[in-house]
Design a binder for this molecule. Structure first.
Ligand code: BDP
Length: 660
């Protein structure tokens, strides 16, 4: 099958930049990509036009999957060269129809949408019109009125193209946007996968092939996040980088603004508090703003007023004017040999691992689901989550900033199991993805750590150079945040652990090991922690643990797959966490927040059932265990100054405020 470019030869790895750990060198080195990727926001100088809704769609089911390119489907309306169906955007296409061949489709699908562009955008040649795709899984090519404007590899990060010139060429016709998306995964994509051709005619139909993957979630595909058009003046604010710090009651906002299209740059940078009052300002493109009586950004449940956000408004003046307002939080992050510190105070992660996953929508961004999930996180008393196993939508990180939910931001380096995925081409792509991820997420106060991979084969010999390179590169991009990857390998054979700042370990005692034997958990978990700590003297997060439970399945005494068994697994883990968190364990993240869809297989019953909520977000028994625990942890770890807090919906006695 034609994977069109997924196997193309790539340029050699770019030289690494080792930044000195000093804030100004940070600002000088973050993101070697050309151009910024600021989230599109409306302002007095910028319009945003959302293209969410119904698009026209066709999967290219031709044997080679390349009919669309042979017949140039992008040159005219899709409906003119074959049958089309309605397809909502954003959404995965897989679960939208009754057609299993579309659910399990491999290859190119085609989306199209015609847009009427406001006349003012056409007439005013002093504005840029930018087409932005929030994410398209996995490899995509974009045309506007038949002309290719963008190509992007990678399924979880945004990309853009300036299309003003093109749409002005023929202002009388609507602007036709065509996007072809291919979900094929290869040994060099992130995540990796392989295509297996089944050539035995006695067993499989002619031309039969399957996609093999090495990760445990359904490879949903399509236009997963919003597609939109936005405008900027031709002289515009292209990027902003912010690094924050504080001393006593003074906050410091180190910022750098990058401007494009202006001959001379004249700027006004204003920092506003959340009442809209100016607290500091400057006219320099790069500098430090001093904030007296600073309100720090604190995690949820750590402080009376968590998630305090300021607004950094950048106003470019001169021939035209551009205004961009970036929400920022002032906080610091630091790691010692036994602690994770936020604003110099010990922070204990009591949270979850998630997936972007729900009925019908698959991995499509859905506001009701996002808000429901945040309500559940807060109900649970969770203060954090990991974006297992790929970057989540920016809209979700913005919610984290606003609600004080701390994030371990993971790149899609999941399932790196085959030795061929440790080659130069894979590494180069992995470095590129980290560049894109840091460029997009560097200014989120909620993001406190980068995870470069999940459970790679980190005991294989090439893993040492691979992870050393990757982690050093990520630290050079952003020396202000710790970097890790998630391991399930043997502590003594793990090749990348010397380079991480924090050890993140996944383990499934009494599930994948010693199934049914709950009694082994205390000893095995204790041994796990002691081994890792004694060898590396770095703080440890239990980044995954859990057990499948089919909602409504019961057994006492507990048996695997029942709600009781899931509960008891958790309780056994918690007893050990309570001993070790007094020493060097700095977090516990349950696997998983909610049940989620996987490929079909003999160990999965309509998906992975390790959720403490069902896929429809209803609680299993384990959710109540975790809720009690998280609120009790919150009451033990919140700052002493905070004594007035009474949680809403509180029913448990331990939720009462602590006495001074
Ligand atoms: C872990 C993986 C996660 C799986 C989980 C499981 O990191 O993606 O879903 O196992 O098997 O090892 O439930």
């Amino acid at each position: 099958m034609d994977s069109r470019g997924l196997d193309r030869v790539r340029a050699p790895a770019q030289p690494f930049m080792f930044a000195a750990v000093c804030l100004f060198s940070v600002l000088g080195t973050v993101c070697p990509l050309s151009g910024g990727m600021l989230f599109p926001r409306e302002s007095t100088s910028r319009d945003v036009k959302h293209l969410s809704g119904l698009w026209v769609f066709r999967a290219d089911k031709s044997p080679s999957r390349s009919l669309g390119f042979e017949k140039a489907w992008f040159k005219s309306r899709l409906s003119e060269n074959g049958p089309v169906i309605d397809m909502p955007v954003p959404a995965s296409y897989n679960d939208i129809t009754q057609d299993s061949s579309l659910r399990d489709f491999l290859g190119w699908v085609w989306y199209e949408r015609e847009v009427v562009v406001p006349a003012s955008w056409i007439q005013n040649k002093e504005i840029r019109v930018v087409l932005r795709v929030g994410s398209a899984h996995y490899y995509s090519i974009v045309w506007v009125n038949g002309v290719q404007v963008a190509e992007h590899i990678g399924g979880h990060l945004p990309f853009e193209a300036e299309i003003g010139g093109l749409i002005r060429k023929d202002p009388t016709r609507p602007c036709r946007i065509t996007i072809a998306v291919n979900n094929t995964l290869t040994l060099e994509t992130l995540p990796p996968g392989t295509i297996q051709h089944m050539d035995d005619p006695t067993m499989y139909p002619n031309g039969y092939f399957v996609q093999n993957t090495y990760f445990d979630f359904f490879n949903y595909a399509g236009l997963h996040r919003p597609v939109l058009l936005y405008t900027t003046p031709t002289a515009y604010v292209d990027d902003i980088t912010v690094v924050t710090d504080f001393s006593d009651n003074i906050g410091f906002v180190h910022y750098k603004v990058s401007v494009q299209g202006a001959i001379t740059v004249s700027l006004k940078v204003t920092l506003m508090n959340n009442d809209g009052e100016c607290v500091a300002s400057s006219t320099e493109q790069e500098g430090v703003l001093r904030v007296v009586d600073v309100n720090l950004w604190w995690p949820y449940l750590m402080h009376e007023k968590p998630a305090y956000l300021y607004t950094l408004e950048v106003r470019l003046t001169g021939d035209g004017e551009d205004v961009y307002a970036l929400p920022i939080g002032i906080r610091t992050v630091e790691v010692t040999s036994t602690q994770f510190l936020i604003n110099n105070k010990p922070f204990y992660f009591h949270g979850v691992n998630k997936h972007e996953d729900s009925d019908i929508r698959g991995k499509g961004l859905d506001w009701p689901l996002i808000v429901k999930d945040f309500n559940l996180l807060k109900w649970l008393g969770a203060n954090s989550f990991r974006t297992s196993h790929y970057p989540y939508a920016e809209e979700i990180l913005q919610m984290c900033d606003r609600h004080g939910i701390v994030v371990i931001d993971e790149c899609p380096g999941v399932g790196i199991k085959d030795i061929r995925s440790f080659g130069n081409a894979s590494l180069t792509h992995h470095l590129d993805v980290m560049d894109e991820l840091v460029r997009r997420d560097k200014n989120h106060p909620s993001v406190v750590m980068w995870s470069v991979a999940n459970e790679p084969a980190s005991e294989m010999p090439p893993a040492e150079l691979y992870f050393m390179t990757l982690i050093k590169h990520t630290k050079a991009l952003d020396p202000t945040r710790p970097v890790t990857y998630i391991t399930n390998s043997n502590y003594a054979r793990d090749k990348g652990a010397p380079f991480v700042d924090i050890i993140c370990v996944n383990s499934y005692f009494s599930w994948y090991h010693d199934p049914g034997h709950l009694e082994v958990i205390p000893i095995q978990l204790n041994t796990q922690f002691e081994n890792w700590y004694n060898r590396y003297q770095k703080p440890i997060i239990q980044s995954e643990y859990g057990a499948d439970a089919v909602s409504g399945l019961h057994s006492d005494p507990p048996m695997m797959f029942t709600e009781e068994y899931q509960k008891v697994v958790l309780q056994n883990y918690h007893n050990v966490f309570d001993q070790k968190r007094k020493q060097y364990v700095v977090g516990e993240l349950i696997w998983n927040f909610a049940d989620f869809m996987t490929a079909q297989g003999i160990t999965r019953v309509m998906g992975n059932k390790k959720g403490i909520f069902t896929r429809q977000r209803q609680p299993k028994a384990a959710a109540f265990i975790l809720r009690e625990r998280y609120w009790s942890l919150a009451n033990q770890t919140m700052l002493p100054s905070w004594t007035k807090y009474i949680p809403e919906h509180s029913v448990c006695p331990h939720l009462q405020p602590r006495q001074p």
